[in-house]
Write a protein that binds this ligand. Structure first.
Ligand code: SF4
Ligand code: SF4
Length: 243
């Protein structure tokens, strides 16, 4: 399989949030007004102006405190269910870039049912703006298609974020995993076969974030299955109707 992929090595992250700030800056997304909630994680969740979020968890067990940092973003699924939901409502609301495999939403996404799009995403990524547009990480397709690295990857001072040809990223991921396994026997790569944003964690994925690994919503998945079965025929009929 060709195209591009990310490797997000959580073992290198120090939660400086350079990636989060770079994402805001490149996408010209406004800051989010928040308050001190007693957590390093800020804002508390994704929103219409936050496509990249460093999630932060602190877990105490006796005298031991473990900290988990998780630079969260869209996984750019190989077979993206969010795209199926958007496509079933509005043609051209979401596209999959041929060269990279990036899943990118367009202005037309405002015609899609946001609740279904969000609940169908196994990683709870999409968010909606006030004007109805559905948004998320774009893989910095405007940078990547001009030979640049994604803004978040370029900004990471710890060498925790990597981006490149999928085969090269997979090889890098396996090599890094082998190194970390010696110290962290539970180290693992998450959802490698199904996504383009591959996370490397050294502990239980659920300790990092409840959507670190894929969840499923069987109710909406039926719609996706129908879309996959009849979608091409529906698109053909729409094209004929438009003349
Ligand atoms: Fe943000 Fe671009 Fe990184 Fe996606 S690839 S999280 S849009 S900076
Ligand atoms: Fe879509 Fe969610 Fe997959 Fe991103 S992670 S491509 S939003 S289904």
């Amino acid at each position: 399989m060709s195209g591009k992929s990310f490797l997000i090595d959580t073992s290198a992250c120090m939660a400086c949030r350079s990636c989060q700030v770079a994402c805001k800056a490149w996408n010209r997304n406004d800051g989010t007004v928040t308050r001190n909630r007693g957590s390093h994680q800020n804002p508390p969740d994704f929103d219409g102006n936050t496509f990249k979020l460093v999630r932060f968890r602190e877990v105490r067990a006796g005298n031991k405190v473990s900290r988990y940092f998780f630079s969260d973003q869209c996984r750019h699924c190989i077979d993206a269910p969010c795209k199926d939901v958007i496509d079933s409502a509005v043609t051209g609301g979401a596209i999959q870039d041929k060269a990279t495999g990036a899943i990118v939403y367009t202005e037309k996404s405002k015609g899609a049912p946001f609740k279904d799009v969000r609940s169908e995403c196994p990683y709870d990524i999409p968010r909606q703006r006030e004007d109805g547009t559905i948004v998320k990480c774009t893989m910095c397709i405007d940078r990547v298609s001009n030979g640049l690295q994604p803004a978040c990857v370029k900004a990471c001072p710890m060498g925790g974020l990597h981006f490149g040809d999928r085969e090269e990223i997979l090889a890098r991921a396996e090599k890094r995993l082998a190194t970390l396994k010696a110290k962290y026997p539970k180290a693992q790569l998450l959802n490698v076969e199904t996504v383009r944003t591959i996370y490397l964690v050294v502990g239980d994925p659920k300790e990092y974030h409840k959507f670190a690994v894929a969840s499923a919503n069987p109710g909406v998945t039926r719609k996706v299955a129908l879309r996959r079965m009849f979608g091409p025929a529906i698109d053909a009929l729409r094209t004929v109707a438009r003349g």
